[in-house]
Design a protein around this ligand. Structure first.
Ligand SMILES: Cc1cc2nc3c(=O)[nH]c(=O)nc-3n(C[C@H](O)[C@H](O)[C@H](O)COP(=O)(O)OP(=O)(O)OC[C@H]3O[C@@H](n4cnc5c(N)ncnc54)[C@H](O)[C@@H]3O)c2cc1C
Ligand code: FES
Length: 260
């Protein structure tokens, strides 16, 4: 679906001091794990995962980081935004016992995934992690779903104390899961990989994206040349295991490498 839509922001929900959810009235027809390219035509176009999606509306949940996202935080309901997508691969919908391991602003995309998994009869355990309470998102929304949620913060200010990976490690010693999904900072997923090496899994990768349609090559990962905007951002275990740059370096807008 490579069309562009320009629509008013229908709703802005403040999740934390630096994280907002923006809702648009539009039937995006997306799948969990996919993303849109968003712009206000004032400079830049950026990728954001879809956190909520129905036939009447969809949402993206955005952390204020740099120029673009700071500008978004000055927008009001009714202001026009423009987007294209949805793009990229989506999560495999596993119908059995699944574990979702998330960190920070990358967790809300699991809300869309969890709702879809529930519709397909999965039994879900979610680890919703963040560094600290003021950065913890969507705990209230996940609480409305019929899933087991373990909230955790690195400093213990909300939920259990420890990282999402610590909690996953402990859970996997005691319980078995048929499939694991991860969405979070790349180094979180790198630390998780050995913990879930006996499981089937999928990771959602966030790398610098420009075109989102497979042309510019900025989002490719060595040595497979996988374009994360087309073959990703969700990649299965068999692909992740072959990525030599996973957790080692990423790329700047120029394409040059930067070590993590
Ligand atoms: C598939 C995908 C899904 C994403 N989903 C979300 C989401 O749901 N919520 C959210 O808050 N953020 C998400 N991001 C990251 C988001 O695109 C960046 O936070 C945003 O572009 C920052 O822009 P900025 O100008 O405010 O910050 P800048 O100061 O320009 O950049 C801050 C950091 O954001 C990242 N970034 C900047 N531009 C891009 C770009 N074009 N592509 C990818 N990363 C970039 C880089 O790590 C950079 O160091 C996602 C990224 C990808 C690739
Ligand atoms: S962002 Fe251009 S190929 Fe992926």
């Amino acid at each position: 679906m490579d069309e562009r839509y320009t629509l008013p922001i229908a709703k802005i929900t403040k999740e934390t001091e630096d994280i907002n959810t923006y809702t648009f009235k539009h039937n995006l027809g997306a799948k969990p794990g996919q993303f849109i390219m968003l712009t206000d035509f004032e400079g830049g176009e950026k990728p954001f995962s879809i956190s909520v999606c129905s036939e009447t509306e969809f949402s993206v949940t955005i952390k204020r980081i740099g120029d673009f996202t700071t500008r978004l935080f000055k927008k009001n309901v009714g202001d026009l935004m423009s987007f294209r997508g949805a793009y990229g691969s989506s999560f495999f919908i596993h119908k059995k016992r699944v574990l979702l391991v998330g960190g920070g602003y990358a967790v809300p995309t699991f809300y869309f995934l969890a709702k879809t998994l529930i519709e397909n009869g999965s039994e879900i355990t979610l680890i919703n992690g963040s560094r600290t309470k003021s950065e913890h998102v969507f705990a209230d929304k996940f609480a409305t779903l019929n899933i087991r949620t373990i909230n955790t913060t690195d400093d213990g200010s909300f939920g259990e104390k420890g990282t999402s990976v610590d909690i996953a490690d402990r859970l996997l010693e005691e319980e078995k899961f048929d499939f694991v999904y991860a969405s979070g900072p790349e180094m979180m997923m790198k630390a998780l990989q050995p913990v879930i090496s006996d499981n089937k899994y999928e990771f959602l990768f966030e790398r610098y994206m420009k075109c989102a349609i497979g042309i510019c090559g900025n989002c490719t990962m060595d040595p497979l040349g996988i374009r994360l905007c087309v073959e990703g951002p969700v990649l299965p275990k068999e692909k992740v295991e072959q990525l030599s740059e996973f957790g080692k370096y990423h790329r700047k807008p120029s394409g040059s490498r930067v070590n993590f």
